[in-house]
Design a protein around this ligand. Structure first.
Ligand code: ZN
Length: 60
């Protein structure tokens, strides 16, 4: 997913909560940024397992 598309997703999704069910590699001008984007809300963080780590953190 392109960074521009991720930004658009974030704008559309707004402040709703998201459990980040699916992550996709982020690309900028065809090059991987090393970040992964949630395909639902557009949140972007480093690494391919941040959503899983966050869910673990929330559960304690
Ligand atoms: Zn999400």
């Amino acid at each position: 997913m392109q960074t521009s598309k991720a930004a658009e997703l974030r704008r559309i999704w707004g402040n709703k909560t998201c459990d980040h069910p699916n992550l996709e590699k982020e690309y900028y001008n065809g090059a991987s940024t090393g970040d992964y984007v949630c395909t639902q809300c557009g949140e972007t963080k480093w690494g391919d397992n941040w959503a899983r780590m966050e869910r673990k953190t929330i559960k304690g």
